[in-house]
Design a protein around this ligand. Structure first.
Ligand code: DGY
Length: 335
């Protein structure tokens, strides 16, 4: 990928082209359309851009193309100054952006919902099936071990006939439920801020969070993060779940108290877990979540299909270019 450092040039030549800061490498589907009409600077390292460098590079830009967890906070917006028209994040999640501050300054914010629904739903189901059928232990059996000595060896649970509880029946929750329907699920429950009319499509019943925890065989967290749901899955929540429950998190790691989850998994309070998101990301290598045989951890791979990531990059570019041209963003964040 071509990476140009235009920062020195900016000091010398007054370019008519808008300046865009890209805070980490992105697929050409996102960078090429912007490079065609703007002067672009891309953070060239694999590690996240340090806050000071981010501020320095943001000064005077027209647009910022970012990704969580690159923080767009008041300091960064101050450093960017009044030239900044639009922030486009290559994510659905907006928790790294101070939306109120952007609104106050008239800065447009774009994000990338929908283009990743299928990819995240498929990964969710992969985690759910892997946890239910103990694939972590199965993959570890690579020494010619006799697995039929005990007919119940590595037996897990089936999705068929189960009750699935979805916390947050939004776009991704619906994509998961629609696909799981074909597994002959007995019942879908969901909880969240409000009842959804489209829940009828999967016959999902709106219940309280506690009822969902108590009645579900599989509990899938698909909700977005807000000021009230950090640490929602704590000791008390795991205690309410069935001992056979399997917990899946594809939302954000901060939704879960990981010490409480480790305790619940080690003590048999719940049966298993599949986590695509953790706090922090990545987890420290010595985290018990990696070593527990009933816990699968993937490194935030939900949207990691070529189709989805290219779609996210391309939509971010369209958001950025529309913002630069003072047009409505094709996918504006609603807040
Ligand atoms: C999102 O789009 O929010 C995904 O979790 C990737 O960050």
């Amino acid at each position: 990928m071509e990476r140009r450092d235009c920062s020195e040039m900016f000091g010398v030549i007054m370019s008519a082209r808008p300046r865009v800061l890209i805070s980490r490498s992105a697929p050409p589907a996102g960078t090429d359309p912007i490079k065609a009409v703007c002067d672009v600077w891309v953070w060239p390292e694999e590690d996240p851009i340090p806050a000071e460098e981010f501020k320095k590079r943001a000064a005077g830009v027209t647009a910022i193309f970012c990704h969580p967890p690159d923080e767009i906070n008041k300091d960064l917006l101050d450093a960017a100054g009044p030239s900044l028209k639009v922030v486009g994040t290559m994510s659905v999640g907006l928790e790294h952006i101070d939306l109120a501050e952007c609104r106050r300054r008239g800065i447009k914010v774009g994000h990338t919902p929908n283009v990743l629904n299928e990819a995240v739903a498929e990964l969710t189901i992969a985690l759910l099936l892997s946890a239910a059928r103990r694939l972590k232990e199965g993959y570890a059996c690579q020494n010619g071990e006799e697995t039929w000595e005990n007919a119940l060896y590595l037996c897990g649970y089936e999705v068929s006939g189960s009750t699935i509880g979805i916390v947050g029946l939004g776009r991704i929750g619906m994509a998961v439920a629609t696909r799981l329907k074909s597994f002959n699920v007995a019942k879908f429950l969901y909880s969240g801020n409000s009842q959804k009319s489209y829940a009828e499509e999967v016959n999902a019943e709106f219940v309280s969070f506690d009822e969902l925890l108590e009645c579900s065989d599989f509990i899938i967290a698909c909700c977005s993060i807000n000021a009230y749901n950090r640490g929602l899955f704590d000791k008390a929540a795991f205690k309410k779940m069935k001992k056979s429950a399997i917990f899946i998190n594809v939302s954000r790691g901060v939704l879960v108290n990981h010490d409480d989850l480790i305790e619940a998994l080690s003590s048999g309070e719940i049966y298993g877990a599949g986590l695509d998101v953790t706090e922090p990301e990545p987890l420290p290598p010595d985290s018990p979540l990696y070593s527990l045989k009933n816990c699968l951890v993937t490194p935030h791979l939900g949207s990691a299909s070529l189709k989805s990531r290219n779609g996210m990059a391309s939509l971010t570019a369209r958001n950025i270019l529309a913002g630069i041209r003072d047009e409505d963003l094709p996918s504006a964040a609603t807040y």
